[in-house]
Design a protein around this ligand. Structure first.
Ligand code: SAM
Ligand code: SF4
Length: 344
């Protein structure tokens, strides 16, 4: 386990249709696609009355720093700060600088929707953030709004340009692909990424949305995405042996201008070589995105346990990591936590 992903808040300023589908547009989209014969299970698109975690139930920056320090002593060397929307939390550069100063943290990255990035970009860079991934699923402002519930594309585009100019490298863009919603934009997203030297990742839609409205038919498989791209671009597969825990199947463009990755956890699970652990904003370790059980570190962190006890707990949690997720199996159960709480 080398990769620890830390969600620092469960709150978000977006309402992405695949994550927190609480907008009228999201409800209309799912209703129009719902196939009652193939999906007999009803779903709910009632607005979710979230009980955002009160501040005192969130890990403080000191507590996060401590968990990272102990995890690093056990071999973790890659940290990703995520959310909810991580930049909704106050003073994130302070957290970045605490984590960056831990010897052994080789890679420090953030995943953000970008809306609040511009104001803090320089401070984040100065604090030691190395890489940033932006979520942007559409280049069409109207479709962007439909997908995120927010009229914010200009801000996200500006954030991407700013990240590049500040020297974050690589700057990544993640796009979740949903059939009938943004799958017509695959090629234009690629052209956009190539024109700005961005590293683009297409991600299969996973059953982690708050409405439990995910349907298999809405997933555009990694294979289909690749075929679409191959029809338009000359792609050369990148040998994954240098990084066995890589989740994306990466392809370079034959003309040397950039690369694209496809992350296909639904149709081509990579559980066998997963090296990720996740820490939620309220102090629970999850050994898989789809875990049905969480391991609460709060009693140790706030109960006076020493670092050795915390390390022993992390080791025993990791030893119980599940062999793989069960999407597609008859016994699959969607976890109660949504992607917005887990991190991604
Ligand atoms: N708010 C930040 C953002 O959107 O980048 C960070 C948290 S978000 C949960 C992390 C990543 O999870 C994003 O790239 C988002 O696209 C992805 N994600 C959310 N729900 C998803 C789903 N149901 N299937 C696949 N990816 C999802
Ligand atoms: Fe969208 Fe990220 Fe917010 Fe989820 S957490 S609604 S993916 S911006």
């Amino acid at each position: 386990m080398r990769d620890l992903r830390i969600s620092i808040t469960d709150r978000c300023n977006f309402r992405c249709l695949y994550c927190l589908p609480e907008t009228e547009e999201a409800a209309n989209f799912y209703r129009s696609r719902f196939d009652a014969v193939r999906n007999p299970k009803p779903f709910s698109l009632e607005p979710i009355r979230y009980e955002w975690k009160p501040k005192e139930r969130l890990l403080s920056f000191e507590e996060i720093e401590r968990v990272v320090r102990v995890a690093v002593s056990l071999g973790v060397d890659k940290i990703r700060i995520t959310g909810g929307e991580p930049l909704l939390r106050k003073a994130v550069p302070e957290l970045i600088s605490r984590v960056a100063s831990i010897g052994g943290v080789r890679d420090l990255a953030m995943t953000t929707n970008g809306f609040l990035f511009a104001k803090q970009a320089q401070a984040l860079r100065d604090a030691g953030l190395k890489r940033v991934s932006f979520s942007m699923d559409s280049l069409d402002p109207a479709n962007f709004k439909k997908m995120t519930g927010r009229d914010g594309q200009a801000e996200v585009l500006a954030a991407i340009d700013q990240a590049r100019s500040l020297g974050f490298s690589p700057v990544k863009v993640n796009a979740v692909v949903i059939r009938g919603l943004n799958d017509h934009e695959l090629e234009s997203l690629v052209e956009f990424a190539r024109s700005r030297e961005l590293s683009l990742r297409f991600i299969e839609f996973m059953p982690l949305d708050s409405g439990h409205a995910w349907q298999r038919d809405l997933v555009v498989s990694g294979r289909e995405i690749l075929q679409r791209l191959q029809a338009r671009f000359k792609l050369v597969p990148i040998d994954p042996s240098g990084n066995p825990a890589e989740t994306a199947r990466r392809h370079a463009f034959a003309d040397g201008r950039g690369e694209v990755g496809i992350i296909a956890p639904v149709t081509e699970p990579f559980c066998g070589h997963c090296n990720r652990l996740r820490l939620t904003a309220d102090g629970k370790i999850r050994t898989c995105l789809f875990s049905l059980h969480e391991h609460d570190l709060m009693p140790l962190l706030r109960g006076g346990a020493d670092d050795a006890a915390l390390a022993a707990r992390l080791v025993s949690i990791v030893q119980g990591k599940e062999a793989g997720h069960r999407i597609g199996q008859v016994d699959f159960v969607q976890p109660a936590r949504t992607m917005s709480c887990i991190g991604g």
